[in-house]
Design a binder for this molecule. Sequence first.
Ligand SMILES: [Zn+2]
Length: 457
Amino acid sequence: MKLIESIFREYDIRGTYPEEINEDIISIIGQAIALKCKEEGVTEISVGRDGRLSGEVLLDSMCNSIANSGISVANIGLVTSPILYYAAKKNASKSGIMITGSHNPKDDNGIKMVINDKPVSGTEILSLAKYISDSNETKKEIIKTDIIEDYINDVLEKISLNYPENLKVVVDCGNGAAGCVAPELFKRLGCNVINLFSEIDGNFPNHHPDPGKLENLQDLIKIVKKEKADLGLAFDGDGDRVGLVTEKGNVVFPDKIMMLLAKDVLARNGDGQIIFDVKCSNYLAEIIIANGGKPIMSPTGHFHIKNKLRETNALLAGEMSGHIFFNDNWYGFDDGHYAGVRLIDLINRSDSSIDDMVSKLPKSFSTPELNIYASDDVKFDVVKKFAEECSLDGNKITIDGLRIEFSNGWGLLRASNTTPKLVLRFEGNSEDDLKKIQENFINEFKRICPEIDPTMH
Ligand SMILES: [Zn+2]
């Protein structure tokens, strides 16, 4: 069996089933992960999967491969990624493997993993795959475990609401794995819950489970307005990202969600560090400083954010993609449904609605994430060339592509790690500033990289 190297990515492993990732390939990957476990002195590992159609067979193959390689397995079944991370935090070895395609097309599947409490990159697993040999280990046992109830009880122990029945919440699981936990979690929190698409269905018959795209939030917006709900929450396919809709039906970008949560977390703790990725608004850093905290900018990607969290022990971290990690009153992994609980808790303790809270944040003018097509072979070189040759005058941050901060806003160009595209975002203090910053940036891009079609999607 030959491994296709391109499925082993910087942050994780991902490919199309059955061509690029299938039972046999998962079995080899399982042996490589078992090697990593042995290196780290890990003797047991939790394994789970999301609701994709290929999930069950891949889960079985992974569990068998790991157990045959001499590592004990806790098979936690169909769960979200946060619940797998929770299971890993709770087992003695702090290790877990999630079989998930996240928000990617329905035929994709892949692996996110944490070994000895540290994220592991796909490329490291590929390098270990070269050393696997026929196992002469004694087969270890595979124990089926249900962890969802423990997770819900843990959240309820940490967060309790006053008169939660007065809070009306619409929850859209998009037929993804969040359906296994979110409806029950928000009901037991005591809220008045309206569930949308909570039946887990790997065909995703209603809309794709990716709250980062506005088209996938249209059903939620409609029902929040119709039901006069206080808020709407949406989750991606494996429940590690959250989308937020206000009672008026406005979508709150994740960097604004982070502004609300940063204020709350800093008020609870007095001071502390807060991490965010290069795609977030300048105002987020300003708000963190104004509330006594220390802002830390990180490259995009849960792998980098998780490592930064370990390094700094920050209170909170978040990405523009909607991954939010609480170290305050939680365990420091990205958890969409727990972030939803904290947003509900925030509204519950406040006299204001989410719309009022958002309207009090600094008014900024920003684009959503914009994309320019660039193939995987050239995208990193294009960004490197742009960063080296860019003559725009400002404070240049090069931790992930090039972000230039001007006196009236900022612009960003970076390469996506997961898809063949360049990622751009712009923000200005006024509509006019935004337009000028974007125009100057794009003109500079056209000058330096004339071979790339600058059409933005
Ligand atoms: Zn996800």
